[in-house]
Design a protein around this ligand. Sequence first.
Ligand SMILES: CC(C)(COP(=O)(O)OP(=O)(O)OC[C@H]1O[C@@H](n2cnc3c(N)ncnc32)[C@H](O)[C@@H]1OP(=O)(O)O)[C@@H](O)C(=O)NCCC(=O)NCCS
Length: 178
Amino acid sequence: MLTTVSLTPDDFQRWAEHLNRQIAESGQNGRPFFSPMEAVDFQSPERRARFENGLATSLHQPAWMRAWAVEGPDASLVAHLDLSGSSIPSEKHRATLGIGVEDAFHRRGIGRELMLKAIEFAAHNDIEWIDLFVFSDNLAAIGLYRSLGFVKVGRRNDRFRISGRSVDDVTMTLRTKG
Ligand SMILES: CC(C)(COP(=O)(O)OP(=O)(O)OC[C@H]1O[C@@H](n2cnc3c(N)ncnc32)[C@H](O)[C@@H]1OP(=O)(O)O)[C@@H](O)C(=O)NCCC(=O)NCCS
């Protein structure tokens, strides 16, 4: 059985383990790259501090974070979504979104469910815009975002070079209210 949960600072270890598994799938098995980070360990002390501090920060303060995840039967996480507030106070009406579902759990509606949860959370908390970044050839993710009303507002050609390949990065945004 799969359960959707809101994460707390105590969830850092399983959050980091899931991210390490999920990011390792970028560019594998014929799938497009989806992460600019080729070798990163999410279990570092810096990442722990960012996770714990972000979740403990009120939405009225800079650099807050909220995260949801889908938990498998053994309590490990198989999918995540995070929303982060800017460190600049004048940008506090916006949040940036990141999402990932482990390969074995794709196409079961998990991505859409997490996105709907985040959009609802933003709309109820006066976060008027959700921004995200997606590689231009990540058609699965772009399809999901478009179906929820996100629109493309920018593109940086050749933003990353991953395993020797040039990657274009697209910015998409959703107005949650108004
Ligand atoms: C993008 C991602 C989050 C989608 O998650 P998911 O749980 O598989 O998606 P869902 O089952 O909820 O599907 C929702 C919609 O996404 C789109 N979609 C998902 N997978 C797709 C695919 N392989 N091809 C085309 N569209 C796809 C479809 O519009 C789908 O709606 P439909 O099932 O009614 O056609 C998932 O593929 C993923 O984690 N990929 C790797 C990480 C990643 O790319 N993160 C985003 C970086 S910006």
